[in-house]
Design a protein around this ligand. Structure first.
Ligand code: NAG
Ligand code: NAG
Length: 534
């Protein structure tokens, strides 16, 4: 009896020592590089230094390969087998939360923490049930999250659920049943109601995600390095409430932008999430969980519970952008890495990509706020998104006069004039044109979403034609967040930030008889290019 015990004890010590050894050699060999770019806090690492550093690292690695004294064991399983790291919220604004070490089992997200109730935001500001939104009291209540959506447990509770089951004869030397989903995950908890729409996906979700992700890592893009994807790479995007077509828009800009900006990102949709849910749905000794290294959780309903999105700009991206901008974590060039990646993918000339950077350099040189060179030395391009064939559009006579007057104005000044029916151009033609455009003009609608690909300059301008007294923040806020001046035109008057009207959808807003007084528009264009409307 005594002898068996001694032998078993000796065996346990041996197993324990082996585990320690594997864990430490894993930490030594792999850990430091995983989030290397996180450490560039406060400043942008010099391109050449970063490059040289990587070359040096891989050179060293080739010269001194890590010693393989033990069989290769899957990296983070080794880690998680004996340790369940606690969840940390790295940054948070309503609807936007970046977690380190988030767990999921049976469809519930778990925060594992020794201080579960004091250290975390209210779950209604982090998530929702993910149901489509309607503006009824019943639906608002139905979107409120419960502990089924996101729950808090202590490390002891986590071990009790997913750790080894101890018995008299079987001490706890078995590994935890927790499996790592490595890398960086964008978890988008929204229904396809908004995801399958170019504006909401690219100009709202992607924009907000990028602002929040970049701000979380405090990476300040400057104009010299604007073409680098500087934030930590994103491994995957998960859409638990959308099927394969649920995040795709009809002209397929969503997939184009996502693939262009993040070529190595993989997408999981509802079916894939369901696999992950089902495989962790067992109870008792077979209970399992997924561990996500790092997650940006985005939730539209949660963003609308915030003040900026809910009562001010009605843009979910507004919560992400203003949170990071106010914290001093977004530079003027914050969107450039995505914009450039998409335009490069579209094979657009490098000199076009640099319009904003060149104009900024010119603006720095000028004195007394007056441009030394008209239009900062760039060709002025006026582009009109013509929607006369589409449901919401201008009165035909007003449209004819508008097109005529702007064409004349452009001819007089040697500016380029484009009267465009976007659906007749290829994606590349549309993107090439909008990347060169100084003044983008059109009736309120999805066609204006292209403004996210314009070059920001001191005179870049978006003119949105509304039915008089009608207003929505979609393109106004977006233009402003990206450094373009926006004018909301009501026939013969206009509004611009900070003097904005209330959001309003009057009778006629969606109609085919939107009036516009052409001289009002041509005056805005002339004044803006001349620097009279800064
Ligand atoms: C898993 O989730 C389903 C659906 O919410 C629920 O009915 C079931 O009881 C859950 N199982 C466990 C083990 O929690
Ligand atoms: C638009 O403005 C013009 C010029 O002020 C005016 O003559 C016209 O009646 C206005 N149209 C509408 C529908 O208000």
């Amino acid at each position: 009896m005594a002898r068996t015990r001694t032998m078993r004890d000796a065996l346990l010590v041996l197993v324990g020592a082996l585990c320690m050894h594997i864990a430490t050699s894993f930490l030594g060999a792999f850990q430091p590089d995983l989030f290397a770019s996180d450490s560039g806090v406060g400043s942008f690492p010099d391109h050449h230094d970063a490059h040289d550093l990587n070359v040096q690292k891989s050179f060293n690695a080739a010269k001194n390969p890590p010693k393989q004294t033990t069989p290769v064991i899957h990296t983070s399983q080794t880690n998680l087998a004996f340790d369940l790291p606690e969840t940390i919220v790295e940054s948070h604004a309503p609807g936007w939360t970046v977690f380190k070490n988030l767990y999921m089992a049976n469809g519930t997200l778990f925060v594992v923490s020794s201080h579960p109730y004091s250290d975390f935001p209210d779950i209604k500001f982090m998530t929702s049930t993910g149901l489509p939104a309607e503006n009824t009291p019943e639906n608002i209540a139905a979107r409120m999250p419960t502990s089924k959506d996101l729950d808090f447990i202590t490390p002891e509770q986590a071990r009790a659920r997913w750790g080894p089951v101890a018995t008299e004869t079987q001490p706890q030397i078995a590994p935890n049943r927790v499996y790592s989903v490595q890398g960086n995950t964008f978890l988008i908890n929204d229904p396809s109601q908004f995801l399958d729409h170019y504006y909401h996906f690219c100009a709202e979700l992607l924009l907000g995600t990028w602002a929040f992700w970049q701000g979380t890592h405090n990476i300040k893009v400057n104009s010299k390095h604007a073409d680098l994807m500087t934030a930590p790479p994103v491994t995957r995007a998960i859409f638990p409430h959308a099927d394969a077509n649920g995040w795709r828009d009809r002209p397929s800009f969503n997939s184009y932008f996502l693939r262009a900006a993040f070529p190595s990102l993989t997408v999981e949709v509802a079916e894939d999430w369901h696999d992950r849910v089902l495989s962790t749905s067992a109870d008792g000794a077979h209970a399992r969980a997924w561990h996500f290294d790092k997650v940006l959780l985005a939730d539209r309903s949660a963003a609308f519970r915030g003040d900026i999105c809910g009562t001010q700009v009605h843009r979910t991206a507004g919560e992400a952008f203003h949170h990071m901008r106010n914290a001093g974590r977004l530079s003027k060039w914050w969107w450039e890495p995505v914009r450039r990646a998409v335009l490069r993918f579209a094979n657009i000339d490098e000199s076009v990509l640099d319009i904003g950077v060149r104009a900024a350099a010119q603006a720095d040189k000028q004195t007394n706020g007056v441009a030394a060179l008209p239009a900062y030395g760039e060709k002025v391009v006026v582009t009109y998104i013509n929607r006369q064939g589409v449901r919401r559009h201008l009165i035909d006579e007003d449209h004819a006069r508008l097109v005529d007057d702007i064409a004349k104005l452009c001819e007089k000044n040697g500016w380029e004039w484009n009267d465009v029916k976007a659906e007749r151009l290829t994606k590349e033609q549309q993107l090439e044109l909008v990347a060169r455009t100084t003044v983008l003009l059109g009736v309120h609608g999805n066609g204006l979403t292209h403004l996210i690909m314009m070059s920001p300059t001191p005179i870049s301008t978006v003119i949105e034609l509304f039915y008089p007294n009608g207003f929505a923040h979609d393109y106004e806020w977006t233009a402003r967040a990206l450094g373009h001046k926006h004018f909301a035109v009501w026939n013969d008057t206009y509004h611009t930030y900070p003097n904005l009207p209330w959001v309003n959808y009057p009778e006629g807003f969606q109609g085919t008889r939107i009036p516009v007084h052409a001289p009002t528009v041509t005056q805005i264009i002339e004044d803006r290019i001349a620097g009279r409307l800064p």
